[in-house]
Design a protein around this ligand. Structure first.
Ligand code: 5RP
Length: 271
């Protein structure tokens, strides 16, 4: 890994804990103004400083994030399809490497759809971006998304996806949590982060998800809806941080969540 690439990656995966809390707000690229992300600036601003990185498209970055932020940017560079179109998986590269450098991104992200009819095309895009990433010192995050046609998110399938992405040179991989998640991590030679998925019924369940993932080897989360669709997003992201960076149990993190919800000035797990 070149110095620049390693340096960029170390802005995201924190060297002191080897872990990361990435905040994903890229959902509008195929979902439009989804619930709680109708006004991205309003959603992002209160929780931006607690994120180790912010994952989003260039459109939302330019319009909704102040350019003096110190939070590293993970730029989504794939898209071009929608939830109402004929094939969500038919994604292409939407944003150039030059644009990513111009926007001072710390990494770029794209989705790959393994097992769909667009497998080849999306893996080609991954390979091309890795070639460019090596040239420019830009880490590439492969998002192993499961499209509409593929509902099977078991360890065998997700391990296959993560391993293929790593073999093609992805520098880190994002996937879903599943039973026997340790098998996904064991088979993947690069760091793995998990998506949170749709909003769970309560915050404790989302904290358990984050806890189980890091206990089974994930370096952290790239979480969206379970943070910003919570009525108490500021308390929630701090509770997720306690799990990822301080090895808090879900119950301890939930206590912190309740304390911060009731008194937002409280700042630490112990406080
Ligand atoms: C979609 C994405 C999203 O960023 C990802 O799903 C994370 O968000 P959430 O925690 O809401 O699932 O990459 O392809």
């Amino acid at each position: 890994m070149s110095w620049g690439l390693q340096n960029r990656l170390s802005k995201i995966i924190k060297p002191d804990t080897g872990r990361t809390v990435m905040l994903a707000v890229d959902h509008g690229y195929f979902l439009g103004p989804t619930n709680s992300l109708e006004n991205p600036r309003k959603t992002i601003e209160p929780i931006l400083n607690d994120a180790d990185s912010l994952m989003l498209t260039r459109g939302v970055l330019r319009t909704s994030v102040d350019n003096n932020t110190s939070t590293p940017i993970v730029l989504r560079v794939s898209g071009g399809t929608s939830i109402v179109g004929p094939s969500l998986e038919n994604e292409v590269i939407t944003t150039s490497m030059e644009e990513a450098v111009r926007l001072n991104a710390s990494a770029i992200a794209l989705s790959v759809f393994i097992g769909s009819k667009h497998e080849r095309q999306t893996l080609d895009s991954l390979s091309e971006l890795v070639n460019q990433g090596e040239r420019y010192g830009m880490p590439v995050l492969a998002v192993t998304a499961v499209g509409k046609e593929l509902e099977k998110r078991d360890a065998r399938y997700l391990a296959l996806c993560c391993r293929i992405a790593a073999e093609l040179g992805a520098h880190f991989v994002k996937t879903y949590y599943c039973d026997e998640f340790e098998k996904v991590v064991e088979g993947c030679p690069v760091p793995v982060v998990i998506a949170g998925g749709p909003k769970l019924d309560n915050e404790l369940d989302a904290l358990k998800l984050a806890y189980n993932a890091v206990q089974r080897g994930a370096v952290g989360v790239d979480m969206g809806r379970n943070i910003w669709q919570s009525k108490y997003s500021e308390a929630m992201i701090k509770a997720v941080r306690a799990i990822v960076h301080e090895n808090a149990s879900p119950e301890q993190a939930h206590e912190l969540f309740i304390a911060l919800r009731d008194d937002p000035k409280k700042v630490t797990l112990k406080g």
